[in-house]
Design a binder for this molecule. Structure first.
Ligand code: GDP
Ligand code: IMO
Ligand code: MG
Length: 426
């Protein structure tokens, strides 16, 4: 049995897509288990860039079956567009399967996401406006539509009729907006349904069969620990569990089937959307990191907020996910900074903390306690051996491993599939 998990250990955009693609070469299957097209995972192969939102990043390896798991929320229109984009580039998506249990993001979810953000005004979450929250909300209030409902279209129509009555009430009475037309929605789905049907499967049997046969299965996380619905900076989080526990729930896999749990750590911090960010740099250094790291959202194009690495955040991710290995990415971005800081604790009202407080007002007033490192001031993108890295760079990496009590198995020194230093074979 070889279950691999790749999760984000900060606020997302750590480079998970790249790492899934790198590991994807030896995988028999790659599975998304939560989130939806709020994700933007960038994969660069020989200079050619692909940004994947719903498709697992393993899709570029045609020999690995790719599965959109039960815990994912699927916007079928976005999915078909993404498939078309790859096909237009001569790539195949014949190895894609979609769980019959996954929930459908409906056009009214996207509208409600926008309307709620508008209503929240200055308290907005800063969502990607892809309908993620409203879709998960319907799932848990038990009025959602699932992929399996598309198989028997009469069931889809009946469920849509009863749900739409509730959704239109919200849209019209709460937000004073135009209702969605039932027939238009039915026609939209009737048009795309046939394209989806061949990909629908019982992913519970399929994924477990692969694992039980000893094949390599990789579970690809979207978002990250600090955006987790339970353990992130609530309410400035996403609506799913992007953790290793989320794999068990969102892909129907028992915990003992997960052997290697990789946390991707960006060598500094970024965050998109609202919410507290203790190590945020609102000065020239923040601007420098944003431009050196090309920190602009892969989904919404928004500039990412940048700051120093917060090791309390990464340590929390190591504990919650049971990380067995770290992959540190984008360390090349720090190469021309003379003094680099990492946060090793918080001071709140004169007391020191090393964990993330639940209360946002406490978290927001935390002052970072920094440890400072000398920079290495040279290009490291061509280095492929750990021992060849400058000593100051190794010191920085070794401190990350020591603080989080987790070994670093790979260091990524550039965006392309080839730009890696392998320390332990994963
Ligand atoms: P994800 O959401 O975690 O998959 O990450 P994104 O794709 O949203 O953002 C990561 C960005 O950093 C992408 O543009 C990647 O191409 C890029 N990237 C990944 N690893 C590295 C690296 O080691 N160095 C540099 N300079 N860029 C990287
Ligand atoms: P990947 O997989 C970074 C953020 C949004 C917002 C909050 C809630 O590329 O790392 P949502 O639309 O999910 O309801 O938005 O979560 N967010 C992400 N930030 N990377 C992501 O995905 C994100 N997915 C959602 O910016 O703050
Ligand atoms: Mg991203």
């Amino acid at each position: 049995m070889a279950g691999y998990v790749v999760v984000g250990s900060q606020w997302g955009d750590e480079g998970k897509g790249k790492i899934v693609d790198v590991l994807g070469e030896k995988m028999d299957m790659v599975v998304r288990f939560q989130g939806g097209n709020n994700a933007g995972h960038t994969v660069i192969v020989n200079g050619e860039k692909s940004v994947l939102h719903l498709l697992p990043s393993g899709i570029l390896n045609k020999d690995a079956l790719c599965v959109i798991g039960p815990g994912v929320v699927v916007d079928p229109f976005v999915l078909l567009d993404e498939i078309k984009t790859l096909k237009d580039r001569g790539l195949t998506c014949d190895h894609l399967r979609i769980s019959d249990r996954a929930h459908l993001i409906m056009p009214y979810h996207i509208k409600l996401d926008e309307l709620q953000e508008q209503k929240l005004a200055k308290n907005k979450i800063g969502t990607t406006k892809r309908g993620i929250g409203p879709c998960y909300a319907d799932k848990y209030t038990r009025i959602g539509l699932r992929v399996c409902d598309l198989v028997d279209f009469d069931i889809f129509k009946k469920r849509l009729a009863s749900t739409l009555a509730i959704k239109n009430d919200q849209i019209v009475k709460l937000y004073n907006e135009k209702p969605f037309d039932y027939d238009t929605l039915v026609n939209q789905f009737a048009k795309i349904r046939q394209d989806l049907l061949p990909m629908i499967c019982d992913s519970v049997s399929l994924v477990n069969q692969y694992l039980d046969e000893g094949k390599n299965v990789l579970f690809e996380g979207a978002q990250a620990n600090m955006l987790d619905i339970n353990y992130g900076t609530y309410p400035y989080v996403t609506s799913s569990s992007p953790t290793s526990a989320g794999v068990c729930e969102g892909a129907a896999v028992a915990p003992q089937k997960l052997q290697t749990i990789v946390g991707v750590v960006k060598a500094y911090s970024t965050r998109v959307g609202e919410g507290p960010f203790v190590t945020e740099l609102l000065d020239d250094m923040g601007e420098h990191i944003r431009s050196a790291g090309a920190e602009f959202g892969a989904t919404t194009g928004r500039p990412r907020r940048c700051g120093w690495l917060d090791l309390c955040v990464v340590k929390q991710a190591a504990i919650i996910n049971g990380l067995t290995d770290l992959v540190v990415t984008k360390i090349d971005v720090l190469s021309d900074i003379e003094k680099i800081k990492v946060c090793v604790g918080y001071e709140i009202d004169g007391k020191e903390y090393t964990y993330i407080p639940a209360s946002l007002s406490d978290y927001a007033k935390s002052k970072p306690i920094y440890k400072e490192f000398d920079g290495w001031m040279c290009d490291i993108t061509k280095i492929r051996q750990y021992s060849q890295l400058p000593e100051n760079c190794r010191k920085y990496l070794e401190f990350i491993a020591e603080f989080t009590k987790t070994r670093i198995s790979l260091v990524s020194v550039g965006p392309d599939r080839e730009n890696n230093i392998i320390i332990n074979e994963l």
